[in-house]
Design a protein. Structure first.
Length: 682
């Protein structure tokens, strides 16, 4: 019975291939099928609209966390290009557009097929909204999976697994004796598999981390409910067992003590101090530092302050075709509508971080000139590298690391410890404690969320210097909703109480320049400009003729030698600075440091975890392909380099520095491996 059905089906297919009329029928069938699908989708959207919701509102919002759509559509297309099965997610507003996209994709499949050496065809094509992946069976049936262009979390291995599953379900359908080969497929199992693919899942939060943190597996985020090796304190002291007490009891006994039981909680800071996690989870991260939390915090606080990094602003402006000045004004408008009163440019405080770091460098040069050992200064402004250094090579790298805080760290001190004083000192300014201020930082990577949780980044009253860090892409998503008026809640006007209205007046213009679109451009790239500043300071200190030799030692590894000669004197040992970006280069550097190789005669090393530095940070707005990503990164750097360069000395920041203890400018880096080994009982 099955055999004869198969022969009939094969015969029918052959007849259809050879008969133009049958082929036309199949195309017509295909179009009717597409039209029916679109109609069904339209009805669903209409129903949602009648309930006062758009499909996106109903399904795409999940507590404000970032959610990615797994897949947009799945299509199975027969050897003769007749549609066997198509399913498009209900979230897609324009079903017809997706159907057309699938149709256009077919040409690429044909092209790829001629070169394919496996069933999985990889990325087929993309347009401004979608991208498609392909798979072809041995019998020529094509599988197309359409994803949103913004979805960069799925890798080829994931795609292969999804196609494998779809293929298995397809072969199950073929085994159905009632199925007529070449006819549209109806399968509940296939529908369910597609629904699973369409279902939103939380964005792969690890995607926002730098490669160093992901690859070296030091992102120890752990949900408190999961197994954790941190010794839980306080432990209740058990009273000594009396002789007549049973040694083994099958019933739990309440400890005989009057001491109250204190609820144990494990914070991110605990996780950071420990390298012993057995699992990684992003729950805490999503809950503690999301757009929704940021908005809630800004609205609830007496004073909301936001610090925006130049990398984030440049990434948003590149994606949206804005100038940096326009971007600054729009971002300010967004945050002010969310309750923030002050928006700061992180570059303003970066100028101070550069000077602090150079101070450390100068001390090392002086030590060396007095006959001390040569110790390169590794810039620790990148939290991805700092985290890796602490947890993986603490003993080797800690003595070399700079202790200067990053721009985010310095901004935290400025906002939580200096602004309250400045505001109080101004005539009739309100008296604010650090906890009264909610501080949000917009940064190019999630590693900065780790940094914000470090214990030293805490004010005297226990509040964090930076309460919430948002990745660039997170802000961009919220900005889209704001600009398109898709938000659920009404924007809020900033509290115009006369006391708070004076807050802005109390702040120097340089600090509030961002809100007017007046941005500070520093020498160097978006990763901070430590190398440029070092070269500038060293040349100024040496005087005489300066010769700079820059070598590209490898991709993302630049070595700059600066020679200085004074008249009548011999050329001195050059000042050697290097930009070491990306995990591979960092590993090579560590290897050389271990073996004491000559090449590491660097004085100052700007170490950044991301290849191409912060412009290409894990939290930036990502392009789909490596080629596009490189182009975007170049565009982001170009936009920043177009800003007028300004002197790194900002008078109001000097005043801030003069009023803050040295300790507040330092990070408390330590060899975490050693600390954990010493602390853990085993
Ligand atoms: S290089 Fe920049 S973006 Fe990348 S982890 Fe370091 S600080 Fe973040």
């Amino acid at each position: 019975m099955l055999g004869s059905a198969t022969i009939d089906q094969a015969g029918e297919r052959e007849a259809r291939e050879n008969d133009p009329a049958a082929l036309n029928d199949s195309r017509l069938e295909n179009q009717i099928y597409t039209f029916a699908n679109t109609l069904e989708k339209f009805e669903k959207q209409l129903k949602q609209a009648q309930n006062g919701q758009t499909v996106e509102e109903a399904e795409n919002m999940h507590g404000g966390a970032v959610w990615w759509m797994m897949a947009v559509a799945v299509a199975l297309i027969g050897r003769d290009n007749a549609r066997l099965y198509t399913r498009v997610t209900d979230r897609e507003r324009d079903d017809y557009e997706v159907q057309m996209f699938i149709h256009c994709t077919l040409d690429i499949v044909e092209d790829k097929l001629s070169k394919a050496n496996e069933l999985y065809l990889g990325l087929l094509t993309s347009n401004h909204k979608h991208k498609s992946y392909g798979f072809v069976t041995n019998t020529g049936v094509k599988f197309i999976l359409v994803l949103s262009l913004a979805n960069t979390t799925l890798k080829d291995t994931d795609m292969r697994a999804h196609f494998k599953r779809l293929h298995l379900l397809y072969t199950n359908c073929l085994s159905n004796p009632f199925y007529e080969l070449g006819k549209p497929l109806k399968s509940r199992a296939l529908d369910e598999a597609c629904n699973e693919l369409f279902r939103s899942t939380p964005a792969d939060m690890s995607g926002g981390f730098s490669g160093v943190v992901r690859l070296s597996n030091v992102n120890d985020y752990i949900a408190p409910s999961q197994a954790c090796v941190i010794p839980l304190k306080p432990t209740l002291e058990q009273p000594a067992a009396t002789e007549d007490e049973q040694l083994v009891s099958t019933h739990s006994k309440k400890p005989k003590t009057d001491k109250p039981v204190v609820k144990v909680s494990i914070s991110l800071a605990d996780c950071l101090a420990c390298a012993g996690c057995v699992t990684s989870a992003e729950t805490v991260l999503i809950e503690e530092q999301s757009v929704q939390r940021a908005i809630e915090g800004l609205r609830a606080a007496k004073l909301g302050v936001v610090t925006v990094s130049a990398s984030s602003l440049a990434s948003i402006c590149t994606a949206r075709g804005w100038t940096m000045e326009e971007g600054a004004r729009r971002v300010t408008e967004f945050f002010r509508a969310k309750g923030a009163r002050v928006v700061l440019d992180a570059s303003v405080v970066q100028s101070l971080a550069l000077r602090e770091c150079w101070q450390e460098m100068r001390e090392r040069i002086e030590q060396r000139e007095k006959g001390g050992a040569h110790r390169p200064l590794l810039v620790s402004a990148c939290p991805g590298f700092a985290c890796y250094a602490e947890k993986s090579h603490g003993a080797l790298l800690m003595p070399l690391m700079s202790r200067t805080r990053s721009s985010q760290g310095v901004a935290g001190v400025l906002v939580k410890e200096y602004l309250p004083r400045l505001i109080a000192a101004s005539s009739n300014g309100p008296s604010l404690s650090p906890a009264d201020i909610y501080h949000v930082a917009v940064m190019p990577c999630f590693d900065r969320k780790l940094e914000a949780s470090r214990p030293e980044n805490t004010a005297a009253d226990g509040s964090r210097h930076v309460d919430c860090v948002l990745g660039t892409a997170e802000l961009n998503g919220a900005l889209s909703a704001f600009l398109e008026g898709r938000e659920e809640e009404e924007s809020m006007e900033v509290d115009e109480s006369p006391e708070l209205a004076r807050v802005e007046e109390a702040l120097p213009e340089e600090i509030t320049g961002f809100m007017r679109g007046a941005l500070l451009g520093l020498d160097g790239n978006l990763s901070g400009g430590y190398v440029e500043y070092g070269i500038d300071r060293w040349s100024a200190a040496k005087g005489g003729a300066v010769r700079v030799e820059e070598t590209k030692a490898a991709s993302n590894l630049d070595v700059i030698r600066v020679f200085s000669t004074r008249p009548g004197e011999e050329e001195e040992r050059p000042f050697v600075a290097a930009r070491v970006y990306g995990f591979r280069n960092i590993q090579n550097m560590v290897r050389k440091l271990k073996t004491g190789k000559k090449e590491l005669e660097y004085d100052l090393v700007e170490v950044m975890a991301c290849p191409s530095g912060c412009a290409n940070g894990g939290g930036q707005i990502r392009a789909a392909t490596t080629q596009e990503r490189n182009r975007v990164t170049e565009g982001v750097e170009r936009l920043y380099s177009n800003l007028p360069r300004q002197p790194t000395t900002v008078p109001s920041i000097d005043e801030f520095r003069a009023s803050i203890e040295d300790e507040k400018m330092r990070m408390d880096l330590k060899d975490v491996g050693a600390t954990v080994n010493a602390n853990l009982a085993w």
